[in-house]
Design a protein around this ligand. Sequence first.
Ligand code: SF4
Length: 152
Amino acid sequence: MTIRLAAPLQRDSIVDGDGLRTVLWTQGCLLKCLGCHNPRTHALDGGFERDVELVKMELRQHRRQRGLTLSGGEPFLQIAACADIARYARRQLSWDIWCYTGFTHEQLLADTCFAPLLAEIDVLVDGPFILAERDPRLPFRGSRNQRILRLR
Ligand code: SF4
């Protein structure tokens, strides 16, 4: 199985969730929020493909990380690959999992196709970026409508 990524794995981030984290930048997002901080991640055929097993191998080499953050792009457009990687990080590395999504939690709960990835997430940062709600003082999110939801 492969995953389409926007960038190489980023380690040692302190702005994408609690503690020192590795970030998986997924490629592809259909929302195109006005003012999106990362528009180059929108194209579904952009970025590059990477084998999921190679991503796991790379994660194993990242030391002193507290967790994995799925960001993008939209991780819920690549449910199987993201769920597989998140499950590995949780079970084999004992990392916690944060996930940024343009969907609301309610939208994700309403469709069972999202369930395999939702089940692997500890903290969900949900909702689209809304420029009129932007607040740079907010920790770990860009606009006031977005919520930091602890799911487990
Ligand atoms: S959901 Fe995120 S990546 Fe997608 S357009 Fe909105 S801010 Fe950008």
